[in-house]
Structure formats: structure tokens, C-alpha cells
Write a protein that binds this ligand. Structure first.
Ligand code: HIF
Length: 319
């Protein structure tokens, strides 16, 4: 049962696994934030499908969506926590991990509520193609985020999460980090967007992104076409300017909008109990843990950890 889980202890254990000196920029944090957002960002308000309930990425139909490439790293990082707390649902664990990671990386407190269930099969998964395509512009951004029920201010506030992490050529095809310190949550992303001269660059794989060479740090920073779309739009741009100037306002608005994102698709009563039919009829169903040894070969029934055995070889002992 959800109520028997010691969420404070779960939070501590998530915080403890963020430090991964051999992985990316030394932290599992950014990829956990991306996992939380992709678990929720399939929501469609009109049809009331998708969203963070269900943990659909456990199934190939959703987990294997090219838009979710790389998120197996995040899921494998969390397996030891699932092992320690088998009663927590994956859907709750993934969303909680995102919220804890943001806080631990210096971001705001974000309200988080438990109660998501894990679907028992893949019959209710949203179709692929609901997550954004970074090569597109404003119309696409609005089409994607209005579908979830967000407005322009909320789209810009959310976008500040690209202050974290980086793009990987073997995942999305884009390459590099948005800011110099990608494991520290801040409003730097908005400031860089406004203050630097971004030049279009075509990568070896043919993908176009925007870059700025930071001489002091000897590092090339990047922006996606969807990031820079925010400053070429009369409705988005004032919010970019606000958040660049006012970090406290950004933190406050980001906290509210990330909470909203994590709640997409959930209906709760006054006590916070989830009323979605799967949760009411099926109860709080925590899917069985997938693997006892994340990253070790031959132990994962869907082979997710196998593929990472090499990639996370050095990070694995710390998992
Ligand atoms: Fe991202 N995002 N995102 N994103 N994202 C990537 C990485 C991260 C979009 C595209 C990409 C949001 C919105 C959008 C994070 C968090 C959030 C990557 C690189 C791409 C291409 C993936 C890779 O190659 O590894 C687009 C088009 C979005 C619509 C605007 C959210 C607001 C910013 C909702 C959000 O929270 C995080 C964190 C990462 C870094 C992951 C990592 O592994 O470091």
C-alpha cells in the first residue's frame, strides 16, 4: 500500500545515488529529470490519455519510442531503490526521482504526491509521437504543450529545466550541454539564450542545432531549435526575459509547473487519493522489480539492463 511506504527514506536513497562520478557530468540527476518528464509528457487533455500514471516506459511500445532513447540509464539507476522499497510503484518512483533530483541539484522544492499505479499490461499506453521534436519551432511547441493543458508562460517556465544535463549524439542526435554547469539548477539557460550569439551548426549526422563557443571555459554550449524558438516569439519572449532577470520568480513558477506536469492525467479526491479507474479497480499495484543486478547481464527479463552493462560499467558499482 502506498501509505506504508516511507517516502522520506525513499527520497534520501534517491539523493544518495545521484552522485555518479563516471556517468556524464558526474550525476544521474539530469537524466532522472528527463525520465520524470517523459513519463508524464504523453498526456492528452482532450482524450485524457497518457500521463504519469502507469509507468508505461516499462513496455517496449513506450520505452522503445526513439523519443525515449537513453532513459533506460535513468531507469537502471533507480533499480536499487525499487529493490529496497518493492511496494513503491515505478510510476511514483520515476516522478519522485525527478523532483528529488531537481531539489538536490539546487532547484526549488516541488510538491509531490504518491498514488500512481503501474499498468498491468501495455493496453492503455499512449501512442508514440506525443513527445516534442526538438528540430521544430513555436507552432510545434504550442501544439505539444497545449495538448497537455499548459499555457505560454508555463511552457517557458518548464523549459528552464534545460539548464540541466546534455544532449547525446547516440540518443537524440543532438550534442552538448546548454550551460557550463549542467548539474546545477539555475536560470542561466535563460540568460545565455538572451545574451549570447547563437550560430547554427550542422552536426556530422546532418542534425542542425545552435552553438556558442565559450572561450573562458573552452567549451561549446548548445541550444535546440525549440529552445531558441522561445526568444523569437512575442508571447514567449517576455517570460524568458522575466526568468532571466528574476531567479526567485523562475523557481516559484517552475516549481508549480513541474508539479502540474507530474500530476497530468491523475484525478484525486480531497485527501489526495487517486480516483482514476485503474487505481480504484486495480488498487495501488506496484509492478515487480525488473532486475536484481542493474547493469549485470542476463538478469533483466526485458534485457534493459543488459544493454547498459558496458555503458554503465564504471558507474555500476555505485548503483
Ligand atoms: Fe528536454 N531534451 N526537451 N525537457 N531534457 C533533452 C534532454 C533533456 C526537448 C528535447 C530534448 C523538456 C522539454 C523538451 C530535460 C528536461 C526537459 C534532449 C537531449 C532533447 C533533444 C536528449 C539526449 O540526447 O540525451 C524538447 C524538444 C522539449 C520541448 C521544449 C522539459 C522542459 C525543458 C519539459 C524538461 O523538463 C533534461 C533534464 C534533459 C537532459 C537529459 C540528460 O540525459 O542529461
Amino acid at each position: 500500500m502506498a501509505s506504508k511506504i516511507d517516502y522520506a527514506a525513499v527520497r534520501k536513497d534517491i539523493a544518495a545515488l545521484l552522485h555518479q562520478p563516471e556517468y556524464d557530468d558526474g550525476s544521474a540527476g539530469p537524466v532522472l529529470v528527463r525520465l520524470a518528464w517523459h513519463s508524464a509528457g504523453t498526456y492528452c487533455a482532450e482524450t485524457d490519455t497518457g500521463g504519469s500514471n502507469g509507468a508505461g516506459m516499462r513496455y517496449e511500445a513506450e520505452g522503445g519510442d526513439p523519443a525515449n532513447a537513453g532513459l533506460q540509464h535513468a531507469r537502471v539507476f533507480l533499480e536499487p531503490v525499487k529493490e529496497k522499497y518493492p511496494d513503491i510503484t515505478y510510476a511514483d518512483l520515476w516522478t519522485l526521482a525527478g523532483v528529488v533530483a531537481i531539489k538536490e541539484m539546487g532547484g526549488p522544492d516541488i510538491k509531490w504526491l504518491p498514488g500512481r499505479t503501474d499498468y498491468v499490461d501495455d493496453s492503455k499506453l499512449p501512442p508514440r509521437g506525443r513527445l516534442p521534436d526538438a528540430a521544430q519551432g513555436n507552432d510545434h511547441l504550442r501544439w505539444i504543450f497545449y495538448r497537455m493543458g499548459f499555457n505560454d508562460q508555463e511552457i517557458v517556465a518548464l523549459s528552464g529545466a534545460h539548464n540541466l544535463g546534455r544532449c547525446h549524439s547516440d540518443r537524440s542526435g543532438f550534442e552538448g550541454a546548454w550551460v557550463n554547469n549542467p548539474t546545477r539548477f539555475s536560470n542561466t539557460y535563460f540568460n545565455l539564450m538572451l545574451q549570447r550569439q547563437w550560430k547554427e551548426k550542422t552536426l556530422k549526422n546532418g542534425i542542425k542545432q545552435f552553438v556558442y563557443y565559450d572561450e573562458d571555459a573552452d567549451e561549446e554550449l548548445m541550444m535546440l531549435p525549440t529552445d531558441l524558438a522561445l526568444i523569437s516569439d512575442d508571447s514567449f519572449r517576455p517570460w524568458v526575459e522575466t526568468y532571466a532577470k528574476d531567479k526567485a520568480k523562475f523557481f516559484e513558477d517552475f516549481s508549480a509547473v513541474f508539479h502540474k506536469l507530474m500530476e497530468l492525467g491523475l484525478r484525486r479526491d480531497e485527501s489526495g487519493k487517486v480516483l482514476n479507474s485503474d487505481n480504484v479497480k486495480g488498487g495501488y499495484h506496484a509492478a515487480p522489480k525488473k532486475s536484481n543486478q542493474p547493469g549485470a547481464s542476463g538478469t533483466d527479463r526485458r534485457g534493459e539492463a543488459d544493454g547498459l552493462a558496458k555503458a554503465n560499467e564504471k558507474a555500476r558499482p555505485k548503483l
